[in-house]
Design a protein around this ligand. Sequence first.
Ligand SMILES: [Zn+2]
Length: 200
Amino acid sequence: MGIPATGVQAAREQELRLVFRCDACDHKAKAVVLGRGQGSGVALMHLDVDGAARRAGAAATAGASKNARRLLELVACPACGHADGGAWTRAWLRVALIATAAAAPGLAAGGFIAVIAGGRGGFPLTVGLGLMTLGAVIGIAIAVSLAWPLGDVAGRVSFESADAKREDVSPGRRPGRSTPPRRRRRPGSPGRPPPARARG
Ligand SMILES: [Zn+2]
């Protein structure tokens, strides 16, 4: 019998203002990064559920901040386009490691059962292969959920100084055309209609 407990899950999404610095060209820019994080808290014996919710929220906020910093390492430099290859390698390694760790119990237990079942086949082999499949599915699902945000790094990082740099456009005055665009349209039908000739 387990100890009765309340589990609280929290998810946070928050914008962080961070300073981007490019390793290649030393360009510095203020960035606004949308980080996402998840956290969980457990209240044993259903006591202090508020505290568990607070811990879950704090963990989610910390996760969102960490996530934002990680995203900023991945984004390409707005000045020279350089992207940190090492940071991308670390990001993919992290996805692979977490997914493998998630898939491992199912794969190991299923593989063990399948080997024990040996050539006899039948139900134990089915259970073993089923567990291995389950492990693989969990691993793939986690890999996809972790890899998905990596495809939208540019969409979650925006640079503030990129807009501030455009000083040629003074605020309040919109550069417009001095003359309205002219469109010439002939009132009549285009071309000359062939003269109708009647011969009788
Ligand atoms: Zn750069």
